[in-house]
Design a protein around this ligand. Sequence first.
Ligand code: ZN
Length: 481
Amino acid sequence: MSHATPLDIILWEFDQIAQIPRPSHHEEKIGKYLADWARERGLSVTCDELGDVIIDKPAAPGCEGSPRVILQAHMDMVCVAAKGVAFDPLRDPIKVVSDGKVLRAEGTSLGADDGIGIALCLYVLQDETLRHGPLRVIFTVNEEDGMSSVDMPAQYLDGDYLINLDWEWLGSLCNSAAGCDFIRLSRTAARIPAADGDVTLEVTLKGLQGGHSGVGINLGRANALVCMASALSRLTEADIPVKIAAFSGGQAKNAIPAAAQAAVLVPSDLAQKAVHLLAAYEQDFVSAFGEKEPGYVYAVRQGDAAATGLDTDVSNALLALLTSLPNGVNTMSPFVSSLVESSQNLGLLTVGPEEIVLEAMERSCVNYRAEEILRASRQIAEALGFTYTQGDHAPAWGVNPHSRLVPVTCAVYKEISGADMVVEPVHGGLECGAFYEKNPKLDMIAIGPSLTGVHSPDETCDIDSVRITAELIVKVLERLI
Ligand SMILES: [Zn+2]
């Protein structure tokens, strides 16, 4: 490909990567492909025990003493197929289609998150005309489902600068990300039989916007679980004894629940009143969320008789839990306008035959606020008879006020495009948090070409933004010599 442009090379490499199935937790094939790719070119390759691939490219002649720059991208992708499309994420390649302006995939997610980041790295590794100091490329496993980089051995992060290529908008640069904690609240589901004459009422709330629990948490969207609990609490507040027969909702810990459904047992002489109170909730929902939730569907109806329900005390405790726990935005940053500093998302609820489980995710860029949310959650849970368990933790990446990489990248971007680069912290997670914990001296940014609809079959990648991102990386590397 001697006459190929950098963009041609990147798109060709991306096409090759797209042939290799690589859902999270299944990165062996792509890892081997990348390690072989580098060995064939005489580059030094190491694989750590997680499966991360670390490739070193020597400095250009005369630049041996320059700072070491690490370029980094993740190997896994979120594989999603459109309705009706047969797709086996473990076997089937992604079919990339291009109209000359935009890349997309036929019927599935594209995997430009983060395959285009990998392709950009492969370009930098193979172009021998580039001028840069010692260069390391790190390809990580399992970013999308648990952020495995928190366990990466620190020795591989020995460098001065790190450019993460898992950002989705050219023209913006990320300089800080939130950390997160997963929590699980559980309690034995003490069930009792329905009393004679109990009436079962079914309540449904669906069609909400939902969305990402990090970057979407401040958009004023309704959490279906919390709304459902608010509706049902009206019964207990009116002294109607409630036995929850069923209650579930949410799709993932890190997504705002878009739907919830519940069934409650109430005494027959109070059923009319209960239906009336539950129906009246709709008006309040609309006044609180109206324009934000145009597609909502709320319905109350008498259902098939449930045989058992949680006893009234446990039912009340569950409703109190859902309406009292911190949910949504907790604090806004006092330093960066419109940045959410801390939040929590009550993401998944199941009321099983034996156990009630609520799973939530807290995010914060300040440890103090994380502790505040976790402490409140634990105290509320324990006071209501639930067991509190803290799960996985991903560290935050704070703003580095002394960064050299940020101003250098902004200056180069301005030279290339004439536009000012937006520097923005994000209320979502990035692997930079894990790297920061291992090597606090790393000066880091996240950049990348413009993607839309990631993690969905509508994912696209803007081709011209790939070209500009490559130019940006090349010139920043040169400037850091
Ligand atoms: Zn990503």
